[in-house]
Design a protein around this ligand. Structure first.
Ligand SMILES: *Cc1c(COP(=O)(O)O)cnc(C)c1O
Length: 378
């Protein structure tokens, strides 16, 4: 049973949940990287291994979201993201597994190799992919599509918010906080002083903060913003925190009424760079350092930027004696076999540009060379 339900059995009766993942995810002591950057107690939480078909942070959210969709007898889900969205892909993969049709409304983004791979994998999973140049252009077609589906099937698709960051999705990371507590109790790591996580649509950081506090841990959550600040900011963080907590407490009033002080919303802003999914020199330096020292693959859009912020804080704020946990939110499963026969011409024409145009300059070909120790697992 998942740790949240073990602690609060009545939530088990009230919150729909479907197991999609491979939990708990492993903890690893990064001694070589720690030595490199000057911190003894550096650990990594392998949420890249959270699912066998596809890992990363979206799986924990989808366990609650897709369960909710199924309970509401949905046949289709509709979600949003950028073209290379890990969330849209995770939704496509696990919706397919649950026999739900997936519609993805995707926005233009800077090109990268992972964009190609993610689109191909979504396509293999039968997702219906649509591309728009910006949010404004997406609005009407989305409404039209929703009503079209309603007319055809007598039912609207179940809508999944960008990044899966609804209160229901965030519950997946509340559970992750309890999972970490169990791993501390089992002696896999000391209680971290700080945990670093990338901040996108915020469900991960918000859920984790609620879970850690409710589990009685004092660990400080450091969120590294990697999206435009109109999506990731303190006001929205606090709003999602309140809504998620209110949802859980409405189902089980014995769940602690955890509070956050103002300084507990610690968002680092200056590793974002110019644009969402635009890789940065610092971010890629962090990706390369982690690949070299620990053979772990980070990415340029999220985890590289978060790791760059961690390294910066360690170097400039003397965190040498602290226990630091890096929460790896990026998929670690290799799906290159699954997509090897996908010709991009099978995808809708608006996506061909990602295969025909160059990738951004910082997206070097280091991928193929770095063989993650976990990538063999299928
Ligand atoms: C989506 C994503 C995030 C951001 O998580 P949010 O819950 O949206 O803040 C971080 N890392 C990776 C690899 C992601 O795909």
């Amino acid at each position: 049973m998942i740790p949240l339900f073990a602690q609060y059995p009545s939530l088990k009766e009230k919150i729909p949940y479907v197991s999609l993942g491979e939990l708990p995810t492993p903890i690893e002591h990064l001694s070589k990287l720690g030595m490199e950057i000057g911190v003894d107690h550096l650990y990594l939480k392998h949420d890249g291994l959270s699912g066998s078909l596809y890992g990363g942070n979206k799986i924990r959210k989808l366990e609650f979201i897709l369960a909710d969709a199924l309970q509401k007898r949905a046949k289709e889900v509709l979600t949003f993201g950028f073209a290379g969205s890990n969330h849209a892909l995770a939704t496509a993969v696990y919706a397919y597994k649950m026999k739900l049709k997936c519609l993805s409304m995707l926005l233009a983004q800077p090109n990268a190799q992972y964009v190609r791979r993610n689109l191909q994998y979504s396509h293999v999973c039968g997702a219906e992919l649509h591309h728009y140049k910006n949010e404004l252009a997406m609005y009407m077609p989305t409404l039209v599509r929703l009503f079209g589906r309603f007319l055809r099937h007598g039912k609207f698709p179940y809508i999944i918010l960008p990044g899966g960051s609804s209160p229901i999705g965030a519950v997946g990371y509340v559970n992750a906080g309890f999972e970490l507590k169990e791993q501390i109790e089992r002696g896999l790591l000391p209680e971290p002083d700080q945990v670093f996580v990338p901040l996108g649509t915020m469900g991960t950081a918000v859920g984790l903060l609620i879970g850690l506090r409710a589990a009685g841990l004092k660990t400080h959550v450091v969120s590294v913003r990697v999206v435009d600040d109109k999506f990731g900011n303190k006001e929205k963080f606090i709003k999602l925190f309140r809504k998620t907590l209110a949802l859980i407490r409405s189902l089980d009033p014995s769940f602690p009424h955890v509070k956050i002080a103002d300084d507990e919303v610690d968002i680092i802003h200056n590793f974002f760079g110019e644009q969402y999914a635009r890789f940065t020199d610092q971010g890629m330096a962090a990706v390369n350092l982690v690949a070299k020292s620990e053979k772990i693959r980070l990415d340029g859009t999220y985890t590289g930027k978060a790791m760059a912020a961690l390294i910066d804080r360690v170097r400039n704020h003397g965190l040498i004696n602290e226990v630091i946990l890096f929460w790896n939110t990026y998929n670690a499963r290799d799906f290159s076999d699954t997509i090897k026969d996908v010709d991009y011409h099978q995808l809708p024409g608006c996506f061909h540009r990602y295969f025909e145009e160059d990738v951004q300059p910082l997206d070097k070909h280091h991928w193929s060379k770095v063989k993650s120790r976990f990538s063999q697992v299928k």
